[in-house]
Design a protein. Structure first.
Lengths: 431, 431
């Protein structure tokens, strides 16, 4: 253990990590993880694989990528589930999702960014500016996108390549998006010096679809009366899916699926007590951040579905595997990503429909709008979603959260009141 | 006077205005206007025309539009300088810019919108929700756009028609924007039942271009050593241009131009003392809001140029009048609006170039980044602009403002320090 820690310190040092600040970051992440996750009494045993992935994200995974790059491998940082992994992988480029989930890092962004932008953006750049992101120098460049004002302008400021995500879903928007996907392919090919072939793309489409299928299966167990995995752990699995090597993740997810099947057949629940079944809706929760999920589940509610970017939005849709030509595959990829129901679309009827469909499927009794502070898109759209929920008689509670821990008990008061409301079958929308 | 007031109360009542709340709003607007504008000692006499326009915006102008609509005229509310007025006018539809500038109205938006979105959006909807916007029922519908997250999602929530503004300036973005301009034409024609003809469009292009030319001339006087019009008054003129009937505005602007020529020839300054020449850059200042301009100029700085949407961004570019076919005119209109250098573009190099060009042209010694609170786009882009300013040796000061008056003296402390910095010729960027 001592040796391995020493090795990582050597590696971190080589890749420009500020060791003292990084120690602070890691101590904070460990403490938060213990606090938010390890109180759970009935976790699947194979969650240890994902606990390990969490801790490996600044250690073993970094070493893997460093080794890959030492052999000439190329990699890019990404910040959004719109970036088509399949194309990067087929060009021989490893995409590394870099959205920050560390509350510790947030204030470190202040030397460049305004304080009143979302904690996700601030955490991401706080880690970069404080030289505590081990991936900072383990990438050739970063690929942003235009999903929200704060991210869009941050990429501009830092001179990142950025993909234009259209804001409507008309035919010309699909054309624009296809041209962006093609541009991305060109950039990936230029970086690796390797052309994307139909064979390589078919292979990466299958690989990434398999990851999505496994995530779908894991999350499908949450439809049961006694979900064998908690919302907190399902979130951790998604967070790990974004960091781990795809094949390693798929192997771990397969182990978890087998265990969940076993638990399901025996009626083993992840929860020690029954509690209202709720849907988590809204902003993403990058690895390191699970405050809202934690407060909700430790207050006796059960998050049985999560429609966010670190939930179903990440794995709901597969790329059509029926295409055989390269052109058709690229088109299928464009279609798949164009169907993402992000709040950046105006209007965003697909999200309304998708959420409405989840309510009976997961027997949702209430919705938690989990909004990152200053995330205007999901914050305002929560009100539009409430119209859909209200029509279905499903109450909601909006929790606007930053990455700080100080307000957990304030949030808990509201969550407990919401639990009481759901327990008596109330239909009043509180969002 | 009594009669006219009584008449307006009758009119307001007929169009659904809440008279008690509207009295509060008007008292607040009058008080703020007196506070921000009437301390100035050397205003052009013809500014009285624009002071009147300010007060008429809830009175005479409302009566004009009510009379126009009573005769079957159509009108739409707009919230952004991207909406092509020329096309609406040529279709026989009156566009009414409705961005709110009232601090009083901001909190009235809370029943629907989050509190941490920009005061412009909250003021706009606060006036609507409190039934103090006299234009609420004097329009057939509202036309939004996708320029920022808060506005985009607000239009969705309220079910507004909205135009998609692209986020990059590539060829396909221009195609997308042209298709949106065409869609807007279709909507306007459908509303009025009148097809846009080449003749009508050529006429409205000339009319609106003439407004822009007058605004350009008025603002051109600010290049002089002794600007004959203050930044505060130039802002008021722009605000009036957005509310007044175009021909009435052009007539008033013509009177002002003649007076400014006279003042310029005699070296009459709008300022009683010389002070550092600064550029105002950033978010718009809708009618009713002039806090930042007020604090800056009452602290002894002279705002000699304003690149915001209520400054040059509104009138810098003309529509090419060389086109003769309807199709070419529509294309020329699309080009003109596509050249707007809003922070919604990624990257927004045109704005960097435009600001760089203003620095020598107006002999700018410092830049005030006037940012509306939670306006992520201009807030983050201020940092990108600072790189341009730094290269030119021009310091900047960022002022993030809401519509409240409580922090004026706090802001003044910072502005006065900035004035001292400029006075000693310091080149330190403080933004």
């Amino acid at each position: 253990m001592q040796d391995s820690t020493t090795d990582f310190r050597k590696l971190w040092s080589e890749i420009g990590v500020d060791l003292d600040l990084h120690d602070q970051l890691m101590a904070g992440l460990d403490r938060v993880f213990t606090h938010t996750h390890l109180w759970q009494k009935d976790r699947p045993a194979s969650m240890s694989l994902f606990d390990k992935a969490f801790h490996d994200s600044h250690a073993g995974r970094v070493a893997e990528i460093a080794a890959y790059r030492a052999k000439g491998g190329k990699s890019v940082g990404t910040f959004c589930i719109y970036v088509p992994d399949e194309i990067a992988l087929a060009a021989g480029v490893l995409p590394i999702p870099l959205c920050g989930g560390s509350g510790w890092a947030v204030d470190h962004a202040d030397r460049m960014f305004p304080r009143d932008i979302c904690p996700l953006v601030r955490s991401t750049f706080g880690m970069s500016f404080s030289n505590t992101c081990p991936y900072k120098k383990l990438k050739d460049f970063a690929v942003g996108e235009t999903t929200c004002d704060a991210k869009k302008k941050a990429w501009d400021l830092l001179g990142f390549l950025s993909l234009e995500i259209p804001q409507k879903k008309n035919i010309i928007d699909r054309q624009l998006w296809l041209s962006e996907v093609e541009r991305f392919r060109g950039e990936m090919e230029k970086l690796s010096g390797r052309a994307v072939t139909a064979e390589a793309l078919a292979s990466s489409i299958r690989l990434v679809n398999n990851k999505r299928r496994l995530l779908q299966r894991i999350n499908g167990f949450r439809k049961l009366d006694e979900p064998p995995i908690s919302g907190l752990d399902a979130l951790l699995v998604s967070q790990a899916a974004l960091n781990m090597d795809v094949e390693a993740f798929n192997a771990a997810a397969g182990v978890l699926v087998a265990e969940l099947e076993e638990r399901a057949s025996k009626g083993v629940s992840a929860y020690s007590m029954p509690g209202p079944r709720v849907l988590f809706a809204g902003s993403p929760s990058p690895m390191g951040f699970a405050k809202t999920h934690y407060v909700v589940e430790s207050s006796g509610l059960r998050i049985v579905a999560d429609e966010s970017c670190t939930g179903m939005r990440y794995f709901r849709d597969l790329v059509d595997e029926g295409a055989s030509s390269l052109e058709d595959m690229i088109s299928a990829i464009a279609d798949r990503y164009f169907s993402i129901d992000c709040a950046c679309f105006s209007p965003n009827m697909e999200r309304m429909d998708n959420v409405a469909a989840l309510l009976p499927e997961y027997r949702v009794q209430g919705v938690i709008h989990g909004i990152l502070q200053y995330c205007h898109g999901y914050d305002i759209e929560a009100k539009a979603l409430d119209k859909v929920l209200s029509a279905a008689g499903v109450p909601s509670l909006k929790i606007v959260a930053d990455y700080g821990e100080q307000d957990e008990e304030q949030i808990r008061v509201r969550v407990e009141a919401f639990r009481e409301l759901l327990a008596v079958g109330g239909g009043i929308t509180t969002g």
